[in-house]
Design a protein around this ligand. Structure first.
Ligand SMILES: C[S@@+](CC[C@H](N)C(=O)[O-])C[C@H]1O[C@@H](n2cnc3c(N)ncnc32)[C@H](O)[C@@H]1O
Length: 366
């Protein structure tokens, strides 16, 4: 069936419509005419795959990877890089409007990734008969791979030199170590941060450094007396902020991240950080006498934190997010009390539809 693609939606889908029903099409870009194969039909929408591109977009490029769209990872390799950035900006704005009911008065800037390939320092592999691979999107159909074009080259070397024996995460650190128990992250300080290999770290080193730089500059302009940092992990933001003299109350659930953070605080000789363990997905009690909350939740977002913020009068909030849907949901909750002062996007995940963002909010006067 032939379909005209009129728009682009979160998830990396070109969209069109059949008899008034929206169709989400994988492997399709706005303004293309494509031949589609329907993958799933639901009451409110259709999911399809573009099997043939009858009229290609001027922004279409040949995907680099032989496993593209069969491995379940990348979903934007068929668009040139500048256009990927444009698509991410417009999807961010439209999702914020649709779910968050928030209209931005200008398009947010997006910081590109220096590396468009081989930027990922962590990947979760599937393993079948000793072979490394991934599952095709929304299935458990195994695709064996020899190389991942977005993985750090150290990860590719590791999977080529080792047989897998179970599904596992492979990660490389800033010194080139792969999957050792204690890994290091170099933030440009006199010594690195340490973390256990199970703990969360941002996947794209260069973009992470840019986020830290921007976060520091936002915090300097707020100049808070104390900061409540939620979902702090191993201290990726905590350590740079604390080294700049800010008093921080850092909150995290994962015990291995907490122990790495405590070790990092100790190594840097910092006396201005308190660390507490809390589950921020349940109702929680924490000290709230601060004038800035920084939160960087996982994809699930931070609904409970948003509801908690509504009941307080904390002057400033900086929300860092890797998922525009949950971000929009949470901003919709706190929007009645806060004004968005700044939004910036970061292309942490080139070749995929995902985008990282930083939203700076200020408590309304009344
Ligand atoms: C996106 S990461 C951010 C970590 C850190 N800010 C960084 O830049 O590396 C989210 C963090 O939230 C933590 N986390 C996940 N679920 C949580 C929960 N329910 N309560 C508190 N922390 C949680 C994870 O362990 C992870 O460290």
């Amino acid at each position: 069936m032939k379909l005209k693609i009129t728009d682009f939606a979160n998830g990396g889908y070109g969209t069109g419509s059949i008899n008034g029903k929206i169709v989400f099409v994988e492997n399709a870009l706005p303004n293309e005419v494509v031949e589609i194969e329907i993958v799933q039909e639901k009451k409110g929408f259709i999911r399809a795959f573009a099997t043939d591109i009858l009229k290609p977009s001027v922004y279409r490029v040949k995907p680099k990877c032989p496993y593209y769209l069969t491995c379940g990872g990348c979903d934007l390799q068929h668009a040139c890089y500048d256009y990927q950035l444009k698509l991410k900006q417009s999807v961010f704005v439209s999702t914020l409007k649709r779910i968050g009911k928030i209209e931005l008065n200008k398009m947010p800037k997006i910081v590109p990734s220096e590396r468009q390939w081989h930027y990922r320092r962590r990947l979760n592999f599937k393993c079948k008969n000793g072979k490394w691979g991934f599952y095709k999107r929304s299935t458990n159909q195994f695709t064996q791979i020899d190389e991942c074009k977005i993985a750090d080259k150290g990860i590719n070397k590791f999977i080529n030199n080792n047989r897998c024996f179970r599904n596992m995460r492979v990660q490389v650190d800033d010194y080139g170590n792969v999957n050792i128990d204690e890994m290091v992250m170099d933030l440009g300080f006199e010594q690195p941060l340490f973390y256990k290999k199970s703990a969360f770290t941002q996947v794209n080193r260069d973009v992470n450094l840019k986020i830290i730089q921007d976060l520091l500059s936002e915090v300097h302009s707020i100049n808070p007396a104390s900061i409540l940092e939620l979902f702090c992990g191993i201290g990726n933001f905590t350590i740079p902020l604390a080294k700049n003299g800010y008093k921080i109350y850092a909150v995290e659930l994962d015990l291995s991240a907490i122990s790495s953070l405590k070790r990092n605080i100790n190594n840097f000789g910092l006396k201005n950080v308190n660390v507490v363990k809390r589950n921020l997905f349940e109702s929680f009690k924490i000290k709230d006498g601060c004038d800035l909350v920084i939160l960087d939740p996982p994809r699930e977002g931070a609904k409970e934190v948003a509801q908690w913020l509504l009941k307080r009068n904390i002057k400033h909030v900086i929300y860092i997010s890797c998922d525009v849907v949950t971000l929009s949901r949470d901003l919709n909750i706190i929007n009645s009390k806060y004004t968005i002062e700044k939004v910036k996007l970061y292309d942490m995940f080139p070749q995929t539809h995902h985008v990282e963002s930083m939203v700076v909010l200020k408590l309304n006067k009344d």
